[in-house]
Ligand binder design. Structure first.
Ligand SMILES: Nc1ncnc2c1ncn2[C@@H]1O[C@H](COP(=O)(O)OP(=O)(O)OP(=O)(O)O)[C@@H](O)[C@H]1O
Ligand SMILES: [Mg+2]
Length: 355
């Protein structure tokens, strides 16, 4: 393989409110942006993590490929939410081959689904314990087969080949690693707050120490505004972004924005408590929170979180270390999509021969 070029993939993030696609080419050890596109999906297309209108998803993927003249057929997609279980487990020390044989059986007790209904993957993290009672820490990932089949089916229907099925939280971590320095002995919480879902991934020593997906996000803000003021989804979206609409001013929706933001920060605090309670004593305290996803663009949201969590909160720029050739992309466009590009960028970093 020495002289063959690494095979590129298109990172395709099928989100609740939009589909994002990115492609890089490797350049001088770094990554250069070749394609970037974000196409909105109407709110009825994907509802609560369920694809209600497969045809629209497929046609949107097709539009993205056609209009950007994307030639690469291999794509990396990701799944998240209730169909995904990520757990750290301790197992007796054994070889990879032995683990390969026993993982199905070992996993059974940790997974709330029928073992035949999930695809299992794992990564051996590190040995723990004393001589005589040697164990190893294993990251166990289980994804419902019907979710994988649904998403790969959509991609195939659009004429593409899904070569990698990732998990949102891990894509986020890959994106973060190429853009930011991860200090040793520091735990950083990466939090993507999209339209339907919030993914939390606490990363420590270059590894995921804790992940959790929670069904809360931008749609909660919009739904609460719709309910209170009887406005359309579109008007609620505009109000959220700081605009006034007929009959309702932005000022009037601020209390709703605060109340939903408070729910989000409570969920984050609960997850942090859980991380602390379940992780080994050697674990570092979370020193920093880095947010992304559409909600990170909301006025005042970052400051609100910082105050409520009592931690430094930064907004992730997934293009920080990506080379963008002068004149190849509109700067305002890149700036505009940056907060919502994190997962898609993480996916575009994957390779054909990745799992
Ligand atoms: N300026 C803004 N102010 C407030 N909310 C915003 C702003 N821009 C985008 N949003 C909200 O962010 C959400 C979209 O974010 P994003 O694209 O990250 O979600 P998604 O990836 O489609 O959804 P998910 O990851 O949950 O499936 C929408 O709810 C949208 O209203
Ligand atoms: Mg998303």
């Amino acid at each position: 393989m020495l002289f063959s070029k690494p095979k590129q993939v298109v990172g395709l993030d099928i989100g609740t409110s939009s589909i994002k696609a990115f492609q890089f080419k490797e350049s001088g050890g770094g990554f250069q942006l070749v394609h970037a596109d974000v196409r909105p999906l109407d709110p009825e297309v994907i509802v609560d993590g369920t694809v209600m209108d497969a045809e629209r998803v497929v046609s949107t993927i097709r539009d993205i490929c056609r209009e950007n003249k994307i030639k690469v057929k291999n794509v990396a997609i990701s799944v998240s939410g209730i169909s995904v279980i990520v757990k750290k487990i301790n197992l007796p020390e054994m070889t990879e081959d032995e683990l390969d044989e026993s993982i199905q059986w070992e996993a059974e007790q940790y997974i709330p689904f029928d073992i035949d209904d999930v695809n299992i993957d794992y990564q051996i993290l590190k040995p723990i314990g004393e001589n005589g009672n040697r164990q190893m820490e294993v990251l166990l990932v289980a994804v419902k087969k019907d979710k994988i089949n649904e998403y790969t089916g959509l991609v195939e229907e659009a004429g593409l080949t899904p070569v990698v099925v990732d998990v949102d939280a891990f894509a986020l971590e890959n994106m973060y690693e190429i853009n930011y320095e991860l200090n040793r002995n520091e735990a950083v919480a990466l939090i993507d707050i999209g339209a339907g879902l919030m993914n939390i991934n606490v990363v420590q020593d270059g590894m995921s120490a804790f992940t959790r997906d929670i069904s809360i996000g931008g749609n909660q803000f919009s739904e609460a505004i719709q309910k209170e003021f009887g406005v359309s989804f579109e008007d609620a979206e505009r109000l959220k972004r700081g605009e006034d609409v007929e009959g309702v001013t932005f000022e009037e929706v601020v209390p709703i924005l605060e109340s939903v933001s408070s729910d989000i920060s409570s969920e984050i605090l609960r997850s942090f408590d859980f991380y602390r309670a379940t992780s080994a004593k050697s674990k570092d305290a979370i020193s920093r929170v880095m947010i992304c996803g559409g909600c990170s663009r909301m006025k005042g949201f970052r400051d609100y979180l910082a105050k409520n969590l009592g931690l430094e909160v930064g907004v992730i720029n997934p293009f920080q270390n990506i080379e963008i050739l002068e004149g190849s992309f509109d700067f305002d466009f890149i700036q505009e999509i940056a907060p919502t590009a994190a997962v898609g960028i993480g996916l575009a970093l994957r390779r054909v021969d990745d799992k």
